[in-house]
Design a protein around this ligand. Structure first.
Ligand code: CU
Length: 308
């Protein structure tokens, strides 16, 4: 009898336990679903590749504008050198073939020409360097920052930490583990507010930053070398285990910007994209409050007791 009662009690307790677990799972799913939209809507997707696109993605930072300008400038120099070499070849072909130039000259050295073809490339390199080095240094000399984000690359997702507010979250590609753009993935993309052509770029938890804020990025790797890159920001920096690389950006236009891991890091290297939402300060503050609650960080405003 006693044994039977015990069994009955145990069954009830197990039943209770399962009910509690089920309630917890449902609650987590509901809060997860509510968080899925991250409360930020109406943003235009600016930084993303377009079908048939040839040039750079729209520049949204000073760094990206600098890089794109440098690329254009160097292209003109490359064009001029190619044209010069082509004209030299044509000149040689026309005037120094066997018929036009029956008596070939016998000299083997020409000091002036040798000096010119040594000095001219050096001068060209000095000109290019005088423009490219300041742009390179600008990417690594971080101005006074408004916000710090620590980025950790993992196989195969990103972890973002907002140290000022003491919270962190993981960011996975929407559709991770799915065989492709299935109906379920399409539905999930729509739920998160992304278009279908943003598959492989959109993530469940986007990085959110205020517009025009100077964001200091601290980038590291959790397992192997990854690389955090957003073309529109002109940012690409390796995430190396045991090393903290730093760079920065200040996005000037509100919108959604996409990037991808840019260092071959293993079998799912293709499936660890980066999504950054640039929003107004008000939207950012509201998001930060929700994020602190969701990811159990520090409240954004702490009232400290006065000394007197
Ligand atoms: Cu990677």
């Amino acid at each position: 009898m006693l044994k039977c009662t015990n069994n009955g009690e145990q069954t009830m307790r197990i039943g209770d336990f399962f009910t509690k677990v089920a309630t917890l799972i449902v609650a987590t799913m509901i809060s997860g679903a509510a968080w899925a939209q991250d409360g930020i809507t109406g943003l235009e997707s600016i930084g993303k590749p377009i079908p048939g696109g040839k040039g750079f993605q729209t520049a949204a930072t000073e760094l990206a504008r600098d890089i794109q300008w440098l690329d254009g400038m160097i292209n003109w120099i490359i064009g001029a050198i190619c044209l010069f070499v082509l004209l030299l070849l044509i000149w040689v072909l026309v005037f120094y073939n066997r018929r036009a130039n029956k008596e070939a000259a016998r000299f083997t050295h020409h000091s002036t020409v040798e000096v010119v073809w040594t000095v001219a490339p050096i001068l060209i390199l000095i000109v290019i360097g005088s423009f490219s080095l300041p742009i390179l240094f600008k990417q690594l000399e971080i101005p006074e920052s408004d916000l710090t984000i620590k980025v950790t690359g993992n196989q195969w997702y990103w972890t973002y930490e907002y140290p000022d507010s003491e919270f962190e979250f993981d960011s996975y590609m929407i559709g991770t583990g799915e065989p492709g753009l299935t109906e379920a993935v399409k539905a999930e993309l729509a739920e998160y507010g992304y278009a279908e052509d943003e598959f492989l770029l959109a993530t469940d938890n986007a990085v959110v930053v205020p517009v025009n804020a100077v964001v200091r990025l601290q980038i590291t790797g959790g397992d192997v070398i990854h690389s955090w890159a957003i073309p529109s920001f002109g940012v690409k920096l390796d995430a190396v285990p045991g090393r903290l690389n730093e760079t920065w950006f200040a996005a000037e236009t509100e919108g959604v910007y996409f990037g991808q891991c840019s260092e071959l890091c293993g079998k799912d290297h293709t499936y660890m994209p980066i999504t950054v939402k640039v929003v107004s300060q008000d939207v950012y503050d509201a998001w930060l409050n929700r994020a602190v609650e969701e990811f159990a960080g520090l409240p954004t405003s702490i009232t400290v007791a006065s000394a007197d």
